[in-house]
Design a protein around this ligand. Structure first.
Ligand code: ADP
Ligand code: MG
Length: 672
């Protein structure tokens, strides 16, 4: 007997060449192959009479051959085979195109199964190029997503061999199986590939969906448990009022509420685990600063981790401004510091000289240590993996955790990624915001768009034009650099243009961004590097080229770069995409609600694309669907919590097999 973790080459029929193809599918082990579920099924048991088959799409017809096979030579090496078949209801013509192998099987008087579509444009019933099988092949057959060189049938055969060479041991705790009325692991795997009936297929699917979501939720809960227990970082005094007095504006009620939630969490001996969700521009930075201030004043160090260098630098500048003359010392730690600078920053953290450090992933580095880390904040944090968050937290002794998200994570995903976090929502914008007007136009209108930008610039405003990243072989796209040069020479000659893209050196990006925020650049040509959090209140117009190339949530984030001052702002999406693109952009133009946009985006693109495969740190789902299986997701979450409440670190003997599966999943998340 083979093992699920064995390499697929262990199986009969898989040589080196085949193994490479399977590798492309991501199925290098027998276990992975068995988890490679069919994309759909063909039901060869559900027989449709010929007389009723027209207009029904793909059907399976069981009929007897009533004429000899006639060969028509169309031209050299091209043969059309024709014959007639009949069932009790009617008869139909079958044509086979150039398939000698299929044609040779056909004999008058014999009965076969024909799977295909009846043509609707001929007067008589006709099926061309159906799949043909002997009647004993009836059943529900799997269809797999194939790669070139590896057909669905080839995968099917290999799965069949795999199923017969392994022992499929149950790993879900017996109690869970009983409470949820699930079928066994073995039954599920056999029937998801080769269902004996529709009912069996439903059973199999139910079990595998539950299992997948249950494993995922339990794993995430275990990761979060790392930061359970008591915390010594208790705030004795709330310094929020003192902070508010120093602010140049008054906080919105929603901001105040969020700050209060956080401070009250941090005043208890259980570590805070809170998510502050607020749409772009809702003022999360001020909330973060207020909470950090109270923590620092109580003698604790604060680490704020953000996803990009530009953002780190901007937050750092904002914090320095807020905390001028307060005795609170802020520091910056990013990958672009020189070795010497990093050493100094690290020393200051270790000695406790630094109260608040703002940084990028560089904060995760092993040699970054704190004297007294009391609060960890991650901003725009859905870009950080679960592990990364846990790593930063581990640098303190049960520090408080504040996660800030620029909303557009659909509720369904938030449930998974944030699971047991407490949530505060900033559902109110700072006063004086003018709503952003959005339009979607075709590239024909580009000259008018340019004039419109010029009008804004004449009024003293600034603007952005965003171009998609340049992918190789995508010649129809406008590379930001070329586009910039051309505008500078032509349409925007005499204007102060800037260019910023991800391939530039951090130092250069920084200086462009600085010039832009100082108002020394009128129009910034950019890629999505400006997507995350950059804040220039005077920017009032944003144009997106090839808008169909972006995800809706990404567009929403981009749009959040404007409308931050008291000016009327305009967002224009330029796109020559088709119907689907048009529909998506229409959604963008009809609402500014980040939640709504995120939900639409998820529906249109699926969760993988939504978060960007590598960004969310979650494993790929094989069968469950975050949208369709939301109810199962909920109940799996509840049961995962219950299981861990009974067996905190899965020590009980009946949970050992399950624990092993969890370990596998966690290690795959690490490699993600
Ligand atoms: P986000 O939630 O997207 O991170 P920011 O924290 O960057 O938003 O805030 C957006 C802008 O609004 C900043 O320029 C900030 O100074 C300003 N701001 C934040 N809170 C208020 C407020 N209560 N009143 C006025 N302006 C505010
Ligand atoms: Mg922000």
């Amino acid at each position: 007997m083979a093992n699920l973790n064995d390499n697929i080459q262990y199986l009969k029929g898989v040589g080196e060449k085949r193994a490479l193809l399977f590798k492309k599918l991501g199925t290098q082990t027998i276990g992975a192959l068995l988890r490679f579920y069919p994309r759909s099924y063909e039901n060869w048991s559900d027989i449709t009479p010929i007389a009723e088959a027209r207009g029904m799409g793909n059907v399976c017809i069981k009929a007897t051959v009533t004429t000899p096979v006639k060969e028509n030579f169309i031209r050299k090496n091209m043969v059309l085979y024709k014959f007639t078949v009949a069932d009790n209801s009617s008869s139909m013509l079958v044509t086979i195109f150039n398939n000698k192998y299929d044609a040779a099987k056909i004999h008058m008087g014999e009965e076969f199964l024909f799977f295909g579509k009846l043509s609707t444009d001929s007067f008589y019933a006709e099926m061309s190029s159906p799949k043909i099988k002997p009647t004993k092949a009836a059943g529900i057959r799997p269809i797999y997503p194939s790669v070139s060189g590896l057909s669905s049938t080839a995968i099917e055969n290999q799965v069949k061999i795999a199923l017969s060479s392994v022992f499929l041991e149950e790993f879900l705790p017996q109690k869970i199986i009983e409470e949820n009325g699930l079928c066994s692991f073995e039954f599920a795997l056999r029937n998801i590939h080769f269902p004996v009936s529709e009912e069996a297929l439903n059973q199999a699917r139910k079990r595998l969906v539950f299992e997948e979501l249950f494993l995922l939720q339990t794993s995430l809960l275990l990761l979060k448990n790392i930061n359970r227990g008591r915390t010594p970082c208790i705030l004795n005094r709330d310094y929020t009022d003192e902070f508010i007095k120093m602010l140049p504006f008054s906080l919105t009620n929603a901001q105040r509420r969020s700050i209060k939630d956080c401070v009250s969490d941090m005043s208890a001996n259980r570590p805070m685990n809170r998510l502050v969700q607020g749409d772009v521009g809702s003022g999360k930075t001020a909330v973060c600063a207020a909470v950090s201030y109270s923590a620092a004043k109580n003698g604790f160090q604060v680490a704020v981790m953000v996803p990009t260098e530009i953002l780190a630098e901007q937050h750092f500048a904002t914090f320095k401004r807020f905390f001028e003359n307060t005795g609170i010392s802020c520091d910056l730690l990013t990958g672009r510091l020189t070795k010497k600078q990093k050493e100094l920053a690290t020393q200051r953290l270790l000695s406790g000289e630094t109260d608040i450090v703002i940084g990028t992933h560089a904060l995760l580095s092993d040699n970054v240590e704190f004297k007294n880390l009391g609060l960890v904040v991650t901003d725009e944090q859905h870009r950080f993996g679960v592990e990364q968050r846990a790593n930063l937290t581990a640098k303190g002794e049960h520090p408080h955790v504040l996660v800030m998200s620029a909303t557009p994570i659909p509720r369904t995903l938030a449930l998974i990624i944030y699971g047991d976090l407490d949530v505060s929502i900033i559902d109110e914008y700072p006063k004086g915001r003018m709503p952003i007007e959005s339009y979607s136009v075709s590239s024909k209108l580009r000259p008018r768009v340019y004039n419109y930008i010029k009008k804004h610039i004449a009024e003293g405003r600034q603007g952005y034009i965003v171009c998609p990243l340049v992918e190789e072989n995508d010649s129809d796209l406008i590379p930001a650099e070329e586009y910039y040069e051309s505008l500078k020479e032509n349409e925007f000659k005499g204007y102060r243009l800037g260019l910023i893209h991800g391939k530039m050196k951090a130092k250069d990006k920084d200086s462009v961004m600085r010039e832009f925020s100082l108002g020394n650049i009128d129009l910034l040509i950019a890629t999505t590097v400006i997507e995350v959090g950059i804040d220039v209140p005077n920017a009032a117009i944003l144009v997106v080229e090839n808008a169909e190339r972006f995800g809706l949530s990404q567009l929403h984030q981009l749009r959040g770069r404007i409308g931050r001052g008291g000016y009327k702002s305009t967002c224009i999406f330029i796109s020559d995409g088709g119907q689907v693109a048009k529909k998506r952009l229409d959604i963008m133009c009809s609402t500014n609600d980040g939640f709504k946009i995120a939900d639409e985006d998820l529906k249109l693109r699926g969760p993988g694309d939504f978060l960007g495969n590598r960004q969310h740190g979650l494993p790929e789902l094989h069968i469950a669907d975050f949208v369709l299986d939301i109810e199962v997701l909920r109940s799996a979450g509840v049961q995962a919590k219950k299981l861990l409440a009974e067996d905190y670190s899965l020590q009980m003997p009946e949970n050992q097999a399950f624990k092993k599966e969890i370990k596998n999943l966690l290690s795959s998340m690490k490699n993600n």
